[in-house]
Design a protein around this ligand. Structure first.
Ligand code: NDP
Length: 332
């Protein structure tokens, strides 16, 4: 490893206000300063990567830029000694892939405080079949459990169920014994959602805009990955004392609700952030996925792609057509 070492990265350039990604050859000196140099073998695709690659300035302010908000691979240089050279690590969130070059390049350089040691008997490829989306699903489920959610309370809803976060949430909740109702706009995906463990699959019209301030309670608890008006409708349908873990905004960042679900039914709206939370909270969820929370079906169904396929895969995210987990394998 020398400072002359070159590597491949899927780099997004800005030209006349539009943004285009393509493979480029970079040198290690093109990477930002940092304590740990990692040879990335795998990254996973996330909605936020699609936002970064399409020039969303709320995600990435300056270009050229290498997206990829998560990465896993081997430590090749370590200024602090922890993590050790030769060890495998997982990096998700903080500024990775936002304004710090991310996992769509074969190397990243990051602070040591961003690195989670790979759980025993796990590898980078498996970790990235979960990726940031899986981590987020795990954090949502953990929050519901911490609030006291139990299978015997009744149905648990998952919105955006066919998406990367939703599909892991469906499988994990089903594995933990919950009666999962998957809410999905993809009728042709119903069998796949049932195979993940959903007992029922219903359309997005379940959360269609209703003028009524409250609706009949249909769900004990929920994981909401879409935000916007579907989340407002979901809140109206939660049983007394139930909780909704909210992590996403594909249906919009606005939440127009009344206080009625909160003050009449004691509903809890739980915010979930996977990005800036302390590393120990991420470590705890990774450890569970490598053990009791293993989601075999999500692991088996993840699609592996190479850098040449990134453009199409990211476009699908923006169109709401993406389904399940997609892993970037730099060896493809
Ligand atoms: P995906 O694109 O994989 O999945 C989103 C799913 O939402 C789609 O598959 C679709 O599922 C549904 N959907 C898409 N558009 C709409 C719409 N207009 N209205 C209602 N439903 C829609 O994204 P991810 O699962 O990776 O991420 C989901 C959200 O979570 C994103 O907003 C993302 O930014 C956020 N996120 C947040 C994190 C955090 O730390 N808080 C971390 C990771 C992700 P279906 O067809 O089945 O309805």
């Amino acid at each position: 490893m020398t400072s002359d070492t070159q590597f491949k990265a899927w780099r997004v350039e800005e030209q006349d206000g539009s943004h285009k990604g393509a493979e480029q050859t970079l040198g290690l000196n093109d990477l930002p300063a940092g304590e740990v140099l990692i040879k990335v073998s795998h990254s996973s695709l996330n909605y936020k990567d699609a936002l970064s690659a399409s020039g969303n300035k709320g995600v990435t302010r300056s270009f050229p830029h290498t997206p990829g908000i998560d990465a896993a691979g081997e430590v090749v240089e370590s200024a602090t000694g922890t993590p050790a050279v030769g060890s495998q690590v997982i990096v998700t969130g903080y500024d990775l892939g936002m304004d710090t070059d991310g996992g769509f390049g074969e190397y990243i350089r990051v602070p040591s405080a961003w690195c989670v040691a790979m759980p025993a008997n796990w590898d980078a490829s498996t970790a990235m079949t979960y990726g940031t989306a899986g981590l987020t699903a795990g954090l949502c489920v953990q929050k519901l459990l911490t609030m006291g959610a139990r299978p015997e309370q009744g149905n648990v809803a998952v919105s955006g169920a066919s998406g990367a976060v939703g599909s892991v949430a469906v499988e994990l909740l089903a594995k933990l014994g919950f009666h999962v109702v998957a809410i999905s706009g993809k009728a042709d995906h119903a069998d796949a959602l049932k195979a993940l463990g959903a007992v029922e699959v219903v359309g997005r019209d379940t959360l269609a805009d209703e003028k009524k301030p409250m609706l009949k309670p249909a769900f004990a608890n929920a994981v909401d990955t879409v935000g916007g008006s579907p989340l407002a409708e979901l809140l109206k349908q939660i049983q007394p004392g139930g909780s909704v873990a909210c992590c996403g905004l594909v249906a919009g960042p606005q939440l127009q609700t009344t206080v009625l679900p909160f003050i009449l039914r004691g509903v809890n709206l739980l915010g979930v952030d996977s990005v800036e939370i302390p590393l120990v909270e991420k470590e705890a969820v990774w450890k569970k996925f490598s053990g009791d929370w293993k989601c075999s079906k999500a692991e088996a169904s993840a699609k592996q792609i190479g850098r040449a396929d990134l453009d199409g895969a990211l476009q699908a995210f923006l169109k709401g057509e993406s389904a399940g987990k997609i892993v970037l394998d730099h060896a493809i």
